[in-house]
Design a protein around this ligand. Structure first.
Ligand code: GRF
Length: 201
């Protein structure tokens, strides 16, 4: 049984996609053992509770020092003893300590086809605003392993989505979530649960 901890910051639609895929068998042999949010009011926490999944929040404002916050995040992960850490709309940069401890076992969903529109400051709607500004005809989403950099780890899976003439950042974000993110994140987790993903080199 693959034990996964899911880290969230917002609405939790990617978390919901994982919950639903576990429930209907598209993700095999997997248990979401904990949901961890850096925002106490993230609706993702409610989604976890609705599904009977343990949900905790670790917020920066509770700690005087960043180091203490990072340590609390690490502790919240260690308590869950996950095999895999899934960043699903999680907007905090993980500490080197966490990256080191879970190296090769942390995946992230990014709402573009990396290496386009990624890196510092590229998250949420900003990604889609930049894609529309550049005039790309195709965008999409990427699931990748997390390393010390920002959106730089080995790419696992990508899915392309068309950009429409009349798209706004909001309509594009929605299509990328519906047609790409909510599909490739559960699919990747299922492949990891089946032991069919290796990092080469
Ligand atoms: C989505 O655009 C996702 O790609 C990004 O965060 C946004 C919200 O995700 N990582 P969620 O609804 O909280 O899963």
């Amino acid at each position: 049984m693959l034990r996964i901890a899911v880290m969230v910051s917002g609405g939790g639609t990617n978390l919901q996609a994982i919950i639903d895929a576990v429930a209907d068998g598209r993700i095999h042999d997997t248990e979401i053992v904990r949901v961890i949010s850096n925002k106490a009011d993230a609706y993702a926490l409610q989604r976890a509770k609705n599904s009977g999944i343990e949900a905790v929040s670790v917020t920066r404002s509770e700690y005087a020092e960043r180091l203490d916050f990072d340590r609390a995040l690490l502790k919240a992960l260690e308590e869950a003893a996950p095999d895999l850490v899934v960043l699903a709309g999680f907007l905090v940069v993980l500490s080197p300590e966490i990256i080191k401890k879970y190296k090769g076992r942390i995946i992230n969903i990014h709402p573009s086809l990396i290496p386009s529109f990624c890196g510092e400051g590229y998250y949420g709607l900003r990604v889609h605003e930049e894609a529309l500004k550049r005039g790309v005809k195709i965008t999409g989403a990427t699931v990748h392993f997390v390393d010390e950099g920002c959106d730089t780890g080995p790419i696992i899976m990508q899915k392309a989505v068309e950009v429409r003439q009349d798209d706004t950042p909001e309509t594009l974000q929605r299509r990328v979530m519906e047609q790409a993110e909510w599909k490739i994140l559960p699919e990747t987790i299922d492949m990891i649960a089946r032991g069919s993903i290796r990092i080469k080199g």
